[in-house]
Design a protein around this ligand. Structure first.
Ligand SMILES: NC(=O)c1ccc[n+]([C@@H]2O[C@H](COP(=O)([O-])OP(=O)(O)OC[C@H]3O[C@@H](n4cnc5c(N)ncnc54)[C@H](O)[C@@H]3O)[C@@H](O)[C@H]2O)c1
Length: 261
């Protein structure tokens, strides 16, 4: 039994009657989040620029191709979710890019590369939030979870655009949280460390010795191992659920202890 299935069996369905949109949900953290919500009763619309493999909860998860950089896509897909799934209660702004790998130092980072990283990670988060707000406000509330990063909290050399975009997501989360709580909309974020997804493995594959790089990354985390997409998705699902009804403007560290140092 997977964690998502066990969780669904142990609890009353936390997301019964809810409709969620997940950006970048074809793989990794977004995909696991969609499976968890669907296993606990939600109807989920995932978007991505990549087609997903079939979902376990195929009856409850639908895919719509969209680019988070496009406000037209955000408006179209949000309306589609409301019209076909019966409303909108949860938005997981998850799509992200690490930028060009290996990441160049700032002096070699082109303006186009800067723009692409900030457009996807930060501006995309704003665009999809903006598109969702009229519906969430109409509902009388909802939850927005933003996928930031530990690199929105601490710095890393050769990561100017990524750190800036994720730091922006953390601050966007706080600003929007205060603005939207009168509407019953809770906005929170998660900050993950090294998570064993395609994004992290793409970086590993570029290292001279990927196995050694993996061991070194694990050693940097006090917990001594990489995180899984499912572990991060569970943290995001908590923030999206009524279990987190008093949690507002928070960035939850899902980092195996890295940010406790
Ligand atoms: N993996 C890690 O170590 C890690 C650590 C901290 C934060 N994060 C963040 O978690 C989020 C999810 O990443 P992941 O690790 O699951 O990686 P992933 O590569 O498995 O998934 C990212 C998804 O985003 C999609 N995407 C990229 N650009 C897009 C665009 N313009 N429009 C729509 N979709 C787009 C990709 O196609 C992919 O399906 C990202 O925001 C990432 O920055 C990841």
């Amino acid at each position: 039994m997977t964690g998502a299935e066990a969780s669904a069996q142990a609890r009353s369905p936390r997301f019964q009657g809810k409709v969620a949109i997940v950006t970048g949900g074809a793989m990794g953290i977004g995909r696991e989040f969609a499976e968890i919500l669907a296993a606990e009763g939600a109807k989920v619309l995932i978007t991505d620029v990549t087609d997903p493999e079939p979902f376990k909860a195929a009856d409850s998860i639908q895919f719509e191709r969209a680019d988070v950089r496009s406000y037209d896509d955000a408006q179209r897909v949000t309306k589609l979710a409301v019209d076909t799934l019966g409303g909108l209660h949860i938005l997981f702004n998850n799509a992200g890019t690490p930028g060009r790998l290996p990441r160049p130092p700032a002096i070699d980072l082109s303006l186009e590369e800067w723009d692409e990283t900030v457009d996807i990670n930060l501006r995309g988060t704003f665009l999809w939030t903006k598109a969702a707000l009229p519906y969430l406000i109409d509902n009388g509330g909802g939850a927005i979870v933003n996928n930031a990063s530990m690199l929105g909290i601490v710095g890393l050399p050769d990561s100017a655009a990524y750190c800036s975009s994720k730091g922006g997501v953390v601050q966007l989360t706080k600003g929007l949280a205060l603005e939207l709580i009168p509407h019953g909309i809770r906005v929170n974020a998660i900050a993950a460390s090294f998570i064993d997804t395609k994004m992290f493995n793409d970086w590993l594959d570029l290292q001279e010795d990927p196995d050694k790089a993996r061991r070194e990354a694990m050693a940097k985390l006090p917990i001594g191992r990489l995180g899984t997409a499912e572990e991060v998705a569970h943290a995001a699902a908590y923030l999206a659920s009524d279990d987190a009804s008093f949690v507002v403007g928070h960035t939850l560290f899902v980092c195996g202890g890295y940010l406790a140092q």
